[in-house]
Design a protein around this ligand. Structure first.
Ligand SMILES: *Cc1c(COP(=O)(O)O)cnc(C)c1O
Length: 389
């Protein structure tokens, strides 16, 4: 399938197809489906909760959720209650879990909509249980235990009391304990001593809760890297995020065969001949070494091309990899083509799966000193997403 053929057929295209915008993020839903299928096979009998927080890591949360469910996911995870409610409004009917619950969130609406809530503290539990009384139905909670990341969840001192209070709230019909969960700090480094330590603490926390009478539907600990590489962490459910988008959660480890779903394209806005010694873009951080054809690409840091990518990031333009010349501006950057010729309106590929020789999000991440998560998630809100299927 060519990109052209795909246009006008994907979910969301009705809104985006008429929008004239030079930079676009194309998202292959088939890749997401297949990635989920591969993770599900790898993770054995574990259920899959597809993580679509932050608008599906920049790919479009509702469309990704649909593709992930088609690929065999049974649940959806997000960070915030508002994200979960937006998915309910978009028609997602399977369990949706908000992992990062904060006091004062819209728990009444969340409980009424049957949103699963990650709860790791007593005050939050109380607030959620009160909202359940008003909503007239039990709040579905997943109790969070801090097994050693020192992020969400009750630590070893607080866990017994959280369990006890949750059981009381359950006995009074205000809460239903659906899950027990934690998160790993170093899943992308198998063999890191913290992995075994966290796995052990998690097992102890689960045993304590079950001895106290908790009968959770799902016990879950594994993100993408753990789901793929750490069988002992899979329990009943895995929570892959980055891998469903086809990006490698642990680039040092063997490639499991994922396909990157996002391609970001733009088009040449303008070309001209520049004389040798021309200072390019703000600060003249780049100077043309000789007479050269230069091209303007209308994508900048507002669109997710990081400003510090100037001079280091590559893209595919005129059939070859070129490096961004000089500083990235808010809305545009410049490419030095030497004596090569491109036409105004020609497509350029910022990153993608690599099929045509373009860089991948992982290549960009390495050039920028960050992780692929940040590259795709930062694609700006004004860039239309076109979902291809
Ligand atoms: C984001 C997140 C995940 C997914 O992590 P990946 O590394 O993208 O697979 C899983 N669990 C929690 C709690 C998260 O916040």
């Amino acid at each position: 399938m060519s990109w052209e053929e795909g246009r006008g057929r994907g979910a969301g295209e009705a809104d985006l197809g008429t929008m004239r915008y030079p930079t676009r993020a194309l998202v292959e839903l088939a890749a997401i489906r297949e990635n989920v299928r591969l993770i599900r096979e790898t993770a054995g009998g574990a259920e899959v909760m597809a993580m679509v927080k932050a608008d599906g890591y920049g790919h479009g949360a509702a469309a990704v959720a649909g593709a992930a469910l088609a690929g065999g996911a049974g649940r959806i995870g997000v960070a915030y209650v508002e994200e979960a409610l937006a998915l309910r409004e978009a028609g997602v009917g399977v369990p949706v879990m908000a992992m990062v619950c904060t006091r004062g969130d819209e728990y009444g609406r969340a409980v009424a909509a049957g949103v699963d809530l990650g709860v790791g503290g007593l005050r939050l539990l109380e607030e959620v249980a009160e909202a359940a009384v008003d909503a007239g139905r039990a709040a579905r909670v997943h109790l969070a235990v801090d097994t050693g990341m020192t992020r969400e969840g009750a630590n070893a001192q607080g866990w017994p009391e959280l369990v006890e209070r949750a059981l009381k709230a359950q006995a009074s019909g205000r809460v239903e304990i659906v899950g027990i969960w934690s998160h790993l700090a170093c899943a992308d480094e198998p063999g890191h001593p913290s992995v075994a330590a966290q796995a052990r603490v998690f097992r102890e926390a689960v045993e304590l809760a079950e001895r106290a009478g908790v009968r959770p539907e799902v016990r879950h600990l594994a993100n993408s890297a753990a789901a793929l590489y750490l069988p002992e962490t899979r329990w009943d459910l895995v929570r892959p995020g980055i891998a469903i988008y086809g990006l490698h959660p642990a680039p040092g480890l063997p490639d499991p065969g994922l396909r990157p779903a996002m391609t970001v394209v733009s088009q040449i806005a303008f070309t001209k001949r520049a004389a040798a010694g021309s200072g390019v873009s703000y600060g003249h951080a780049y100077t043309t070494p000789r007479d050269a054809n230069v091209a303007l690409v209308p994508a900048g840091y507002a669109d997710g091309v990081p400003r510090n990518g100037g001079g280091v990031l590559e893209l595919l333009a005129g059939g070859a990899r070129r490096r961004i010349a000089g500083r990235v501006c808010m809305d545009q950057f410049v490419v030095d083509l030497g004596d090569d010729v491109v036409e105004e309106g020609d497509e350029v590929v910022l990153f993608g799966p690599g099929d045509r020789g373009e860089p991948t999000a992982q290549d960009w991440a390495e050039a920028l000193g960050t992780i692929s998560y940040e590259v795709v998630t930062r694609i700006g809100g004004r860039v239309p997403r076109t979902h291809l299927d």
